[in-house]
Design a protein around this ligand. Structure first.
Ligand code: PMP
Length: 309
């Protein structure tokens, strides 16, 4: 019997086992009223170690359903970060090739992980950063028509739909429908858009707040300073009720603090999210604030900020 699309989708979801991450109660890190909770999704619990497993799995499953990608096929995208790792392990699991265009500045640890997961890496001029990598993807697709599935995380609606289908419902259920505020950083904007849209449909009073770095030069890997960045095609600028800015140094200080006081190694973007959630919580009463910890600090062990006083 031919496999229907919904059977195929369930079968692939089962194989990948992405999502259903724990919601940690980190309220006691702030000076909060007893009626306020700050809760955080531990996204490092995904099989590939980050929130990007959700978007990558969503884009891949949709491509399988539409016949744009199949076992033996080849996925291409420009990314050196968590999305690259997500594509690579999902490709290994489902039997397709993964080609990643990455700026030659990508750190040795990241390079090794991607190579061990059998991704093919094409290095581009580090001075042109991700824009150079995107140009190389487009050049390869033009030169080799019909060879690649270009998943294009910045413009693919399946990115935020994955969060609408998984992150949003998980947060709603894990808070027993009591969430009042959702606050998280903007990278491709998939996490913010998909989760916020789902939650606002459940309860229009839920406030959704975007977090961004305080300027174009920052160390909050994975999130963008929207005023100066290339804005992702999937970004919905009308969705956020408010936007807050976080300094890199303040997020890094919280990484050191949560490591010492809670035994939690946070990545810098997760610490920025948590700091924004704690600051918001200090201004409120009767609130349940949820944020996202996109990946673990283990991805950043080579960075100097861990040792600063
Ligand atoms: N933090 C980290 C570490 C990330 O890798 C990403 C993904 N770019 C984000 C935050 C932002 O997530 P999104 O792309 O869904 O906006």
């Amino acid at each position: 019997m031919p496999e229907t699309n919904s059977n195929l989708s369930l079968n692939l979801q089962h194989k990948l086992s992405v999502g259903n991450t724990p919601l940690l109660d980190l309220s006691d890190l702030g000076e909060l009223s007893k009626t306020v909770k700050v809760l955080a999704k531990a996204e490092w619990a995904n099989p590939g170690g980050s929130v990007k497993d959700r978007a990558a799995a969503g884009m891949v499953i949709h491509a399988f359903e539409n016949g744009n990608l199949a076992e033996g096929g080849t996925l291409i995208d420009a990314t050196s970060g968590n999305t690259g790792i997500a594509y690579a392990w999902i490709g290994a699991r489902l039997g397709f090739k993964v080609v990643l265009c990455v700026p030659d500045s990508v750190n040795a640890e990241r390079r090794r992980i991607l190579q061990l997961l059998n991704a093919e890496l094409i290095f581009t001029d580090p001075l042109e950063s991700t824009d150079g990598a995107i140009c190389e993807v487009r050049r390869l697709i033009e030169a080799n028509p019909g060879v690649y599935f270009y998943s294009d995380q910045y413009n693919n609606p399946e990115n935020y739909r994955a969060h609408y289908a998984t992150t949003g419902p998980e947060v709603w259920q894990q808070t027993n429908e009591s969430i009042t505020h959702f606050i998280t950083g903007l990278g491709t904007t998939g996490t913010f858009r998909g989760t916020s849209t789902f939650l606002k449909e459940k309860n229009a009073d839920i406030q959704v707040i975007a977090v961004q770095p305080d300027g174009p030069l920052h160390g909050l890997e994975g999130i963008k300073h929207m005023e100066t960045a290339i804005v992702p095609g999937i970004h919905d600028p009308k969705l956020a009720d408010a936007t807050v800015e976080i300094r890199t140094e303040d997020a890094q200080a919280l990484c050191r603090r949560t490591a010492k006081e809670r035994g939690l190694l946070l990545g810098p973007s997760g610490a920025a999210n948590l700091l924004a959630a704690l600051r918001l919580g200090e201004t409120l009463s009767n609130a349940t604030i949820v944020t996202v910890l996109p990946d673990s600090g283990e991805h950043y062990l080579g960075d100097n900020f861990w040792d600063e006083a």
